[in-house]
Design a protein around this ligand. Structure first.
Ligand code: CTP
Ligand code: MG
Length: 231
């Protein structure tokens, strides 16, 4: 059944989904690769649409797949689909430009984080609603991290207690994200990085193991297990 979005919600979610998925190996663009028989993008959008604050979802699709993505998502939720760009940042900018008037909170969420629970969407949005300019979900880093130089020689051990692995959705006051994109120079893989460059304070909330980014074949196999177990 097609989900309804909340016409009184205050959140627009941008979903960059235009990447090729080179690290996943040969095949269709990653957002259209199957997980439990359905494209990653369908899983991601279904979970976003289940978050009660979401008013608008804008997907940035691979240029050659815009019509196909529109058709694919029509039965899932009412979404706006635009053509993505060559870099993730360009895809996010294209999606941002398509957000209608109304939502005051913008979340940016990778289609590749297909199993992200609606509760994480709500907790990031709530932190922005509470007055934060920019909010990212994070997890502690579990491995020991070394800095390594030429010849694979260890230069030192990084203090892990101060490190966090960053996920999406990343949440922003609308004006903050718009200003950061308007001023953007170098391409970054993360939207919080853009607003950090503007001197904006970025706050953390606890992330979720289910928000893992499906990047390599191992991640897809893990996601298959999580989905089969009810994730
Ligand atoms: N993305 C995008 N536009 C691009 C590049 C990436 O919208 N030009 C999106 C991807 O579709 C993905 C998210 O950004 O949902 C995170 O990127 P990543 O995991 O790197 O996906 P890909 O770029 O598709 O993968 P790879 O780098 O292995 O090719
Ligand atoms: Mg990429």
């Amino acid at each position: 059944m097609t989900a309804q979005l909340n016409p009184r919600g205050d959140v627009a979610v941008l979903v960059p989904a235009a990447g090729a998925g080179v690290r996943l190996g040969p095949g269709r663009p990653k957002a259209l690769r199957l997980l439990g028989g359905e494209p990653l993008l369908v899983h991601a959008v279904r979970r976003l649409a289940a978050a009660p604050s979401v008013h608008t979802i804008v997907v940035a699709a691979p240029v050659a797949e815009v019509a196909a993505v529109r058709e694919l998502l029509a039965p899932v939720a009412p979404v706006i689909v635009v053509a993505g760009g060559a870099e993730r940042q360009a895809s996010v900018a294209a999606a941002l430009a398509a957000v209608p008037a109304g939502p005051t909170i913008i979340l940016v969420h990778d289609a590749a984080r297909a199993l992200t629970p609606p509760e994480l969407v709500e907790s990031v949005a709530a932190a922005v609603r509470d007055g934060r300019d920019a909010v990212i979900p994070v997890l502690p880093v579990v491995d020991t991290i070394k800095e390594v130089g030429a010849g694979d020689v260890v230069l030192g051990t990084v203090d892990r207690s101060a490190l966090r692995a960053v996920q999406t959705p990343q949440g922003f006051r609308r004006a903050v994200l718009s200003a950061a994109h308007a001023a953007a120079g170098d391409s970054l893989t993360d939207d919080a990085g853009l607003v950090e460059k503007q001197g904006v304070t970025v706050s953390c909330v606890p992330g979720s193991e289910y928000a893992l980014k499906i990047t390599r074949p191992f991640d897809l196999a893990l996601a298959e297990h999580l989905l089969a177990a009810g994730g």
